[in-house]
Every structure is written in structure tokens, then in C-alpha cells.
Design a protein around this ligand. Structure first.
Ligand code: WQD
Length: 325
């Protein structure tokens, strides 16, 4: 029996795969390699597969049957907020259509356990600080709406009776499990700042007039290894047949401002980081912090790593020699 990880050649997927294989699980990966790198799945059973394509249901069903898959972790998706605003229909086809094709394949192959990669982006401005799973979801960009639509689809399949599933709402994921597993696409704060420091440019702070303690946006930064552990814990609970909430936050419960992150980066890297204050970026909620009490109560999960470990591991991976891809 094995676990299928979609998007397993990606930054988060690679860590989930490592978390599963390190405890002896047999893992099968599919990935379209649009942002994933083959080195992350070296030695694993791997197929190139575009989940949004018309032949994906048949292709995935065959993979599920061939490898006796018992559970799926679904991470394959597009995840850039700005891009989603420019190409919303494409985001819906990739994220919502891709999930629909996966569920069709799982239903046909009678694979009934799913962990769905959702996002704190589903909350938008609809929450308190910290955000609870029961708070109103009110996404403020197409990316977040595709994730919320995904959660609804998953809930509907559960209601239909054949699926058992949990949607994990990731907060701001960063850090690396080892140097090769670091995030290679600088689309989030920590790697963006690293790139600018290396280029000799000042890091940019998008807005310092938010209603937060220092005026910059507050986020909940969670280490990617902790996040991977949460997936393993959910899979265990699903396999054990335990009833689970439909959605769980995955965050530390600790909010950090952009300036606090820059301060930690200065401390860890030794690079002076006098930031340039720029106008607010469109679509940024002022503060997004997880209430992580539900996942702790359900699974005993809580983050082991803090911001220093996140920045230290990310920096080490960022500076390591790159393999191709
Ligand atoms: C963090 C903070 C920026 C760059 C989004 C999604 C989330 C997840 C991650 C998928 C914000 C500020 C950033 C910079 C800055 N999705 N910033 N200067 O927007 O919180 O979350 O990406 O991966 O679901 O919503 O993440 O890393 O872009 O920004 O001041 O150069 O850093 O304004 O306040 P975000 P982020």
C-alpha cells in the first residue's frame, strides 16, 4: 500500500514526501514539473501528470490502482496571488479543475482518504486575530477563492459518502528541511528578501501604516518541516478511521510583522537590511495569525520550530549550490 502525493516535486510536496518516506511509507508522486524539480523525487515512483488535463482522471486512476494507493495528499496547484488576479480562469481550471479530476479518479479507484492543501488565503479579511476555522471565509483574491472552492468540493465528496478528508489551511510556509529542499521560487517574503540582499538591493516593505503594533503586516510563519509533520499526523488519523474536522489551520499561533522578519534575517545572515518602505500591496490583509488550538486538540500537533530556525534553514538552503532545475 502506498500514499500518492500530487505536487510531490514541489517545495512543500518534497518535504511531505520526505516526512512520509522517513518513516517507511511507500510513496508515489505525480507532478507536472511546472515548478517542481525532478531531483526532489529521485528514487521514487514518479509520473509526470497534468491534473487539469482531460486525460488526467484515467491516468491517475491507473496510477492509484497500479500502486495500491490508500491515501492521497493533494498539493499540486498554482499558488501566486498576483498571478491569480491576472489569470483567474486559468487558476480555476488548474486548482478547481485539477481537484475535480483527482476526485473522479479516487472515486473510481475507491481510494477514500484525502489531505487537501488549502490556505489561510481563504480567510481574507473575515477573521479575528487569531483566525479560527469557524470564522467566516472571505477570500480577497482568486487564488484564495480557488482554495475555498476546493474545500467545498472536498466537503461535498465527503457528504456523498465515499470520501474521508481534511483540508489543511497553511499559513505562511517558509524554511527548509535541508539545503536541497529549499524554496527555489522567490515569490514569498523570505526568499524575496534573500534575493535582494544578494543583489545588494534594499528589502522592500509593502506598507507601514497598517493597524498593527509596528504598522507592517503581521503573518504566522510556519516551518515547512512542521507543516509536513502535520500532513503525516492527519494521514494517521484518517487511516485510523477517526472522525476529523473538515478544515484545520496549520500555523504557530505567533504573529510576526514584516519588520520583525527583516530583523531576524539581519541577525541570521549578517547582512544589513535597511528596508525601503513602499506603498501597500493590493490584497494584503493587515494581520493573519492562526488559532492553532484545534489541530493541537485533534492531533497533538504544534509547531516545533520558530522564526529563527525558519530563517536559518532557508538561508542555508538559499546559499547552497543548486542542482539543475
Ligand atoms: C508576507 C508579507 C507582504 C514581500 C500569500 C498567500 C498565502 C500563501 C503565501 C501560497 C505581506 C510582505 C512581501 C516583500 C513585503 N500562499 N512583503 N515585502 O501574501 O502573506 O501570503 O502567499 O503560497 O496563502 O496569501 O505572503 O510572503 O507574499 O507576504 O513587505 O518584498 O510580507 O506585503 O505582508 P502572503 P508573502
Amino acid at each position: 500500500m502506498s500514499v500518492l502525493v500530487t505536487g510531490g516535486a514541489g517545495y512543500i510536496g518534497g518535504h511531505v514526501v520526505a516526512g512520509l518516506t522517513s518513516r517507511g511509507e511507500s510513496v508515489v508522486v505525480i507532478d507536472d514539473l511546472s515548478t517542481g524539480v525532478p531531483e526532489r523525487v529521485a528514487g521514487l515512483v514518479f509520473s509526470v501528470c497534468d491534473l487539469a488535463s482531460d486525460d488526467a482522471p484515467a491516468q491517475v486512476e491507473a496510477i492509484l490502482r497500479e500502486h495500491d494507493v490508500r491515501a492521497v495528499v493533494h498539493l499540486a496547484a498554482k499558488k501566486q496571488v498576483g498571478e491569480s488576479a491576472q489569470r483567474p480562469a486559468w487558476y480555476y481550471r488548474e486548482n478547481v479543475g485539477g481537484l475535480a479530476n483527482l476526485l473522479l479518479a479516487m472515486e473510481s479507484a475507491r481510494v477514500s482518504n484525502l489531505v487537501f492543501s488549502s490556505s489561510a488565503a481563504v480567510y481574507g479579511n473575515g477573521t479575528g486575530v487569531p483566525a479560527r476555522e469557524s470564522d467566516a471565509a472571505d477570500p480577497i483574491n482568486p487564488y484564495g477563492r480557488t482554495k475555498l472552492a476546493g474545500e467545498w468540493m472536498v466537503r461535498d465528496a465527503v457528504r456523498a459518502g465515499w470520501l474521508r478528508a481534511v483540508s489543511l489551511r497553511y499559513f505562511n510556509v517558509a524554511g527548509a528541511g535541508n539545503d536541497l529542499s529549499a524554496d527555489r521560487f522567490a515569490t514569498n517574503l523570505v526568499p524575496i528578501v534573500f534575493e535582494r540582499l544578494i543583489a545588494g538591493e534594499a528589502p522592500r516593505v509593502f506598507g507601514d501604516d497598517y493597524p498593527t503594533p509596528d504598522g507592517t503586516c503581521v503573518r504566522d510563519y510556519v516551518h515547512v518541516v512542521d507543516l509536513a509533520d502535520a500532513h503525516v499526523a492527519v494521514l494517521d488519523a484518517l487511516s485510523a478511521g477517526r472522525a476529523m474536522p473538515a478544515e484545520l489551520n496549520v500555523g504557530t499561533g505567533v504573529g510576526r510583522s514584516v519588520l520583525e522578519v527583516l530583523e531576524m534575517i539581519r541577525d541570521v545572515t549578517g547582512h544589513a537590511t535597511t528596508p525601503a518602505i513602499e506603498p501597500r500591496r493590493i490584497g494584503d490583509p493587515a494581520a493573519l495569525v492562526a488559532d492553532s488550538s484545534l489541530i493541537h486538540a485533534e492531533l497533538g500537533w504544534s509547531a516545533k520550530f520558530g522564526l529563527r530556525e525558519i530563517i536559518t534553514s532557508a538561508w542555508s538552503g538559499f546559499r547552497a549550490p543548486r542542482v539543475s532545475g
